[in-house]
Design a binder for this molecule. Structure first.
Ligand code: UT7
Length: 329
């Protein structure tokens, strides 16, 4: 029997309605459209507003649409993994909240937190349950409500992030389509450059941590920028080399959307023309675990069955990686 591979057989995404433009940010912090556009490529980002609205809202909308689009009965789903850095609560996992709200009753569900690399980490993890023959229908969600951990008085971070999420259905394929290879790495020495100082077990939330604004994202942008360029370029080149691919063999490079300058530099280092790189950072900013599924969803009409794609991401931790797959829809 031919090898079982995990194929993406459905894709959907959801972004909330409210659009926070660069012009509105100009009224909130000392910034301007010109700086944001030239330094990051971002023009606007979507924000989830309202009381009691967590990341699960984004995941639920993405999964509901995915089930409808793929004509899948929720009771058939056997595993749901949610990649997120902004879970609704410390526990239970957001994956459980999403499955309960979407009628997914026969699955085991859990979250993965690998910051901005969460979606590709979760995709690789979920694919193993398909490849092993254990499961036939797996959903991978990547979603973040970054506005819940962003300090809107800090111009160095508030211009970058947005809210949004997406979901894919994974099913077995034996025709050579699906996920062919993945390569992931982590380096805990990078933790100091991008993290939440308080709210975890080391430094639980208190009046003091809140007053010091330590429950918001801290980022030292420059070292993260350098490591992101080096890390993503390296794994993209390695995964191509070990699969004997030239860049002409790859139809689409799908990079995490953190900064347009990072995307351009990684594309240049791997010798990909920008016409073959998925880019939508201008509309959504960095939605952390949402960026790659939102890109795939937006570009779905332009991807053909059999196209070779390389997904790549880099995030806090540090975490990074690349996935090589053949599109199956
Ligand atoms: O997705 C997870 C991983 N995260 C990333 O990949 C993010 C990686 N880092 C970056 O994308 C960039 O480092 C940033 C976009 C965060 C910052 O861009 P930069 O070109 O590295 O700027 P910088 O931090 O070196 O700051 C340059 C100047 C500073 O002013 P001085 O010290 O030169 O006077 C900043 O204070 O730009 C200033 N600045 C701003 N000015 C206007 C920083 N943020 C802003 C702003 N508006 N929003």
């Amino acid at each position: 029997m031919s090898k079982i591979q995990a194929a993406i057989t459905g894709i959907n995404a959801y972004v909330p309605d409210y659009i926070l433009t660069n012009q509105e940010l100009e009224t909130m912090v000392d910034t301007n459209d010109e700086w944001i556009t030239t330094r990051t490529g971002i023009k606007e980002r979507h924000i989830l507003k309202g009381e009691d609205q967590g990341t699960s809202v984004l995941g639920i909308e993405a999964v509901k649409g995915l089930l409808a689009k793929t004509n899948t009965d929720p009771s058939e789903i056997e595993l749901l993994i949610c990649a997120t850095a902004t879970p609704d609560m410390q526990f239970p996992d957001t994956a459980n909240l999403i499955s309960a709200a979407t009628g997914i009753k026969n699955a085991f569900c859990f979250d993965i937190n690998a910051a901005c690399s969460g979606f590709i980490y979760a995709l690789t993890t979920g694919s193993k349950f398909i490849e092993s023959g254990s499961y036939k229908k797996v959903i991978i969600v990547g979603a973040d409500k970054m506005s819940s951990i962003i300090d809107y008085t800090d111009r160095t971070t508030c211009v970058i992030f947005g809210d949004g999420g997406g979901a894919v259905l994974l099913e077995p394929a034996t025709d050579g389509l699906g996920i062919i290879d993945s390569l992931h790495q982590s380096d805990g020495d990078g933790a100091q450059y991008l993290y939440l100082k308080a709210g975890g077990s080391r430094r639980p939330s208190s009046a003091e941590t809140v007053a010091a604004r330590e429950h918001f994202v801290y980022q030292n942008g420059r070292p993260v920028f350098k490591a992101a360029v080096a890390g993503m370029s390296d794994v993209v080149q390695k995964i191509m080399a070990r699969n004997e691919l030239t860049n002409d063999d790859i139809r689409w490079l799908v990079p995490h959307q953190a900064n347009m300058r990072i995307i351009e530099t990684v594309s240049r280092m791997a010798d990909f023309p920008l016409e073959r790189v998925m880019i939508n950072i201008q509309k959504y900013g960095n939605t952390t675990c949402g960026t790659i599924p939102i890109c795939l969803w937006e570009y779905e009409d332009q991807i053909k069955k059999g196209d070779n794609l390389i997904l790549t991401a880099f995030g806090g931790g540090f975490t990074w990686g690349a996935i090589y797959l053949k599109w199956a829809i």
